[in-house]
Design a protein around this ligand. Structure first.
Ligand code: NAD
Ligand code: USQ
Length: 438
């Protein structure tokens, strides 16, 4: 018996403190007449946990990108020791395709210096390729992470469908990079927690409910819980499925701990930290290759370009605000997977069809005095345009995520943001040029 509960050993209390604080809190609440009567030793333990988590070393791979930059700053501001590893290849791909983010992003070194000047916090930088095992190993040995957040992949479906070369590049970059990371973790950091960005698109659009990673199936009188079937819609989305399988396998054979965050489509640009200064501004893609649905529609509305709904517009997807991306990653880090566990969280807060999104942007645009037309253009992709889509997303909510739901005011602020930078838009990059049929 211990001070907190008759059912838990001291070791279990300690473990719960680090891995599942909410559960421990629940147990304590049940066992104490009032939470206000928390014994002083528990308060000490809370401080200890806070200290332990905030001295955690987190390596953000892909930390120069859209999700990674916002996450690195958020974790740094929350007291984590943050490092960024990025090859800056995304900036190179933009140059190659002659596209640019709507927002003028500063070089990574300038961004990091500004962050230090404003907050006093240093973020270590490792510039290099995840596919270069020797570089990765050296950087990891130098940084010694407790957690690795892996955003560092080629993440555009259209980019992966340009031609054979881009499909190969995407799959080699993503699969080999992740595999290298798994090997370095196995060899040097077996207890490190991998938080890997997957995608809701791994599941495709099945005609049954989508669970979080696994599904229990009864077949010929026998029952098992198995990885949820995957039917991805591009060579990019397929690369994520391959990653998931490799990570799951590494957890099974080596006992690594990992969380796969199957993220939906991210929208928005401002987080508390990236909004602090113009030099910390995040990228915001609007072009037909890297731009994603809601962000693209807001920028199209700002320049009076008809919104580009592909086909019927009944394509339904999970969406989330970038402020929730950073929070979800923080929650995943703070409550690590157990050794050997391959945990899957579906990371989105709301489901919308592309048509719904276009209507919302049109409505918000009209309120701002913009004339917003919606065009249903020929769909360059091969995908269902009307389908069932019902995905679970309870894991992150039960860890305490409080979602920022899509509101008129958010669309409004995104539209105003787009209006501010609209002179940077290259109109010729709006319509899709990549076709799935080649
Ligand atoms: P991004 O292109 O803005 O950023 C990716 C970053 O990774 C870039 O800075 C790039 O230089 C870096 N990178 C790529 N390959 C690398 C390599 N081999 N070595 C080192 N660095 C490398 O992408 P994003 O929108 O921030 O997406 C980040 C992750 O989140 C991706 O894995 C993506 O699949 C996933 N995701 C994104 C969204 C979204 O809506 N943006 C939605 C779901 C999932
Ligand atoms: N779409 C339009 N008009 C547009 C752009 C897209 O109708 O102008 C449609 C697409 O046909 C598709 C849907 O909107 O049906 C989503 O397309 P998208 O480009 O917004 O997103 P997607 O290609 O799926 O990829 C993005 C990110 C990727 C991430 C994925 C999450 O680029 O990294 O993995 O969202 S998810 O969609 O849940 O798989």
């Amino acid at each position: 018996m211990n001070r907190f509960s008759a059912d838990l050993s001291e070791t279990e209390v300690h473990f719960l403190f680090l891995t599942d604080y909410r559960r421990l809190e629940h147990i304590v609440r049940k066992n104490l007449p009032r939470w206000s009567r928390v014994p002083p030793n528990l308060i000490d333990l809370r401080e200890y946990r806070h200290e332990r988590l905030s001295t955690m070393r987190v390596l953000v791979i892909g930390g120069d990108g859209y999700c990674g930059w916002a996450t690195a700053l958020h974790l740094s501001s929350r007291g984590y020791e943050v490092g960024i590893l990025d090859s800056l290849i995304r900036r190179h791909w933009d140059n190659e395709l002659c596209i640019d983010t709507l927002t003028p992003i500063a070089p990574i070194q300038t961004r990091l210096q500004r962050w230090k000047d404003l907050t006093g916090k240093t973020i270590e930088l490792f510039v290099g390729d995840l596919c270069n095992h020797a570089f990765l190993e050296k950087a990891m040995l130098q940084f010694k992470p407790d957690s690795v957040v892996h955003f560092g992949e080629q993440r555009s479906a259209p980019f992966s469908m340009i031609d054979r070369e881009h499909a190969v590049l995407t799959q080699v970059n993503n699969v080999v990079g992740t595999l290298n990371l798994l090997y370095v973790m196995h060899e040097h950091f077996p207890d490190c927690h991998l938080v890997k960005l997957g995608t809701m698109g791994e599941y495709g659009t099945p005609n049954i409910d989508i669970e979080e990673g696994y599904i229990t199936i009864e077949h010929n009188g026998r029952k098992d819980t198995l990885p949820y079937p995957k039917q991805p819609g591009s060579y990019y989305h397929l690369s994520k499925v391959h990653d998931s399988h490799n990570i799951h396998f590494a957890c099974r054979i080596w006992g690594l701990r990992a969380t796969d965050l199957n993220q939906g489509i991210v929208y928005g640009v401002l987080t508390e930290e990236t909004g602090m200064d113009e030099l910390l501004i995040n990228r915001l893609d609007y072009d037909g290759v890297f731009g994603t649905a809601l962000n693209r529609f807001c920028i199209q509305a700002a320049i009076a370009h008809p919104l580009t709904v592909y086909g019927k517009g009944g394509q339904t997807r999970g969406f989330l605000d970038i402020r929730d991306t950073v929070r979800c990653v923080e929650l995943a880090i703070a409550t690590p997977a157990a050794p050997g566990e391959f945990r899957v969280f579906n990371q989105f807060t709301e489901l919308f069809s592309v048509g719904d999104i276009a209507n919302m942007v049109q409505k918000a645009g009209s309120a701002l005095g913009l004339k917003v037309d919606i065009n249903h253009i020929e769909n360059p992709r091969i995908e269902k345009e009307e389908h069932y889509f019902n995905a679970k997303n309870t894991n992150l909510l039960s860890l305490g995520l409080q979602p920022h739901l899509l509101s008129d005011s958010l669309i409004d602020s995104l539209l105003n943001f787009a209006l501010k930078y609209k002179d940077r838009v290259d109109q010729t990059e709006i319509l899709p040029k990549v076709k799935w049929k080649g």
